[in-house]
Design a protein around this ligand. Structure first.
Ligand code: BV8
Ligand code: ZN
Length: 246
């Protein structure tokens, strides 16, 4: 892999690196992406299940889908892409991770600053009294878990049509405003308002790098692309950066 002179110069002097990651960063950990054909579960697409009305109509089905995904996520390990992102912290004074993923893998990789835009599949709360219930193990045969107050318990993730957590989104926007280099990794860039963040970064002068195995809706605003798996590109790039920042 070769770095252009422009990117070399940017990385040599950068203070703040921001990573916006999507499902693609976890693909090499064996976690299905949303829009790849492995993202389907039975015959449902995520959009059909990841919304409040689907949950109220059929909580058992939605719980079963999340249990299926929790099982995959708990078996998964952070891959070299997650680990490299964490290790960028050894080279740069400030690293911010903004993730659309709910799979906990950046946390398990050890990154220090993580903004989970869409929540976390290991957290749950009661829709009536908001009591939190983390790391629930739900037996498929049982009915959907209920709170001691009788309310339904739901996963603490942001469903379609739901607002993103204000403080987390605000922190993410602020990070974009001070980013020197902004990486867009493994995201198709179709889900908003997350997909608006690269535009904020660009508007404030960040240098945008896309790492994806295909081109996406964000490709036209990227300054540079690496069309290869994130788990291959990031470790290699980090070793090159260590040398140029010695
Ligand atoms: C909201 C949590 C309004 C649940 C998820 C315009 C503006 C604002 C909103 C909208 C808008 N237009 C439409 C909307 C509504 C909607 C939306 O964006 N819809 C899209 C589909 C058009 N947005 C919302 O509903 C949001 N809420 O706007 O509320 C509001 C405002 C005020 C008051 C009330 C309401 C909420 C969106 C959040 C939805 N929740 N997840 C769960 O996970 O169960 S979204 C879901 O999609 C995941 O979080 C996922 O991360 C995210 C985005 O997908 P990607 O991560 O990009 O994954 P994808 O599969 O698409 O792509 C993977 C990529 O990886 C591919 O490009 C592939 O090539 C690449 N890849 C694969 N392998 C590798 C790789 N790359 C590198 N290496 C590899 N090895
Ligand atoms: Zn309750």
């Amino acid at each position: 892999m070769k770095l252009t002179d422009r990117l070399t110069n940017k990385l040599k002097h950068a203070e703040h690196i921001v990573f916006l990651t999507g499902a693609g960063i976890s693909a090499e950990s064996g976690v299905p992406t949303f829009r790849g054909n492995e993202g389907l579960w039975r015959k449902f697409s995520p959009a059909e299940l990841a919304n409040f009305s689907a949950f109220m109509q059929n909580p058992d089905l939605v719980w079963e889908w999340y249990e299926y995904r929790r099982h995959i996520v708990r078996e998964a390990l952070p891959n070299p892409g997650h680990i490299a992102i964490k290790n960028f912290e050894e080279v740069f004074p400030k690293v911010t991770v903004i993730t659309q993923n709910v799979d906990n893998l950046h946390t398990r990789a050890g990154s220090s600053v993580i903004n989970e835009l869409h929540g976390n599949i290991e957290r749950n709360y009661c829709i009536r009294c908001k009591k939190r219930y983390d790391y629930i193990v739900f037996e498929r045969s049982e009915d959907s878990p209920r709170c001691e107050c009788g309310g339904l318990i739901r996963p603490d993730v942001v469903w379609f049509g739901e607002e993103l957590p204000h403080d987390i989104f605000k922190n993410s926007e602020n990070a974009c405003r001070s980013a020197d280099v902004f990486f867009m990794i493994g995201t198709s860039g179709v889900v908003f308002p997350a997909a608006a963040l690269p535009y904020t970064a660009r508007g404030e002068g960040a240098y945008l790098i896309e790492i994806n195995i295909e081109s996406t809706d964000l490709s036209q605003i990227a300054d540079e692309h690496f069309f290869a798996p994130a788990g291959v590109v990031l470790p290699e790039m980090l070793e090159m950066i260590r040398t140029l920042r010695q």
